[in-house]
Design a protein around this ligand. Structure first.
Ligand SMILES: [Fe+2]
Length: 314
């Protein structure tokens, strides 16, 4: 069933998350990984960020073992959240995840197992929670207008990778009525300048970034002078327990092993640039937007961060 695939921008619900004066934690792709969610909550606490300043960009449910517990975790804490393609599909008892994987690809074959596992854990209350999530959201911070989407602005399950041509980002941003888009779905963290505007993906909490490390990723967005500062941050968690639960549940070995190796089971969805980067450990970065003293954001404004401690090997 292609509910999300065929959904047009004009039919999507856009919630107003309001205006924030304090730092906001941006995240997505919890993918049924309860251990990663618990670790992320500890990270938020360490940064002094409360649940009502956390935004999740969708796919709280996917590859890992704790589909119901992960959804309940986010719902009970009242995080701001939008639908991913997985929530959109589970909410209506659809037969497949509508992830956008090519038919016949490795990832497409593996969806049968993990989506069925998640479907078996759903309750009427969880389906209602997912159905009530908006498709997209808008919020303000630091004098800027943000749009939160799952895949792209026009299509819930589009993979917007960092290496796509600028025209693709321009077209999507033009449809957003915003200065910046916060997106998910791809599982890879990046910030990309698009003229005066910005495209930002905080990465995935529950699936490693295919960089050979076991880390989950999130971002902190904070007011800074006349603009904002975005920090790409990573964290370790009890990946061994998460992987053991997946094996005990009979879920695909490729995703269980991924939690241990930091490498995806297949590179099918990746463009050449991202494919070539597989296994190279990502750095945490900071993006100041706009750069001090200039109105125009350039690629140079997305710089290596002053590190907040060493990049962990786990
Ligand atoms: Fe997704």
């Amino acid at each position: 069933m292609g509910l999300s695939t065929n959904q047009s921008a004009t039919s999507m619900t856009v919630a107003d998350f309001g205006s924030f004066n304090r730092p906001v934690l941006l995240c997505g792709g919890a993918v049924s990984n309860l251990e990663a969610l618990e670790a992320l909550e500890a990270q938020a606490r360490r940064h002094g960020i409360a649940s009502d300043h956390i935004i999740h960009t969708g796919d709280v449910i996917a590859y890992c073992a704790d589909a119901a517990a992960a959804a309940a975790f986010v719902a009970e804490r009242g995080w701001w959240a939008i639908k991913g393609n997985v929530e959109a599909q589970l909410a209506v008892e659809a037969e497949a995840c509508a992830c956008g994987f090519a038919p016949g690809s490795v990832c497409d074959a593996l969806t049968v197992s993990w989506y069925g596992h998640a479907e078996n854990q759903m309750t009427p209350a969880l389906r209602r929670w997912m159905a009530d999530l908006p498709d997209q959201a808008a919020f303000g911070l630091g004098g800027r207008h943000f749009r939160v989407v799952h895949g792209s602005v026009a299509t819930t399950n589009r993979f917007m990778f960092a290496s796509l041509p600028e025209a693709e980002f321009t077209r999507e941003l033009d449809g957003a009525s915003a200065d910046a888009v916060i997106a998910g779905h791809t599982g890879l963290p990046f910030s990309r300048a698009v003229g005066r505007r910005l495209w930002h993906n905080p990465g995935s909490l529950g699936l490693p970034a295919n960089d050979g490390t076991r880390r989950g990723w999130y971002s902190i967005l904070a007011p800074a002078g006349a603009g904002v500062r975005l920090r790409h941050l990573s964290f370790g968690y009890d990946h061994a327990t998460a992987a053991a639960k997946m094996r005990a549940a009979g879920l695909p070995e490729g995703y269980a092993a991924c939690l241990e190796t930091g490498l995806w089971p297949s590179l099918d969805v990746l463009p050449g640039h991202e494919r070539a980067a597989a296994g190279r450990a990502l750095e945490r970065r900071v993006c100041v937007w706009p750069a001090p003293g200039r109105a125009q954001l350039s690629a140079a404004d997305i710089q290596p961060a002053p590190m907040i401690g060493p990049v962990p090997s786990t």
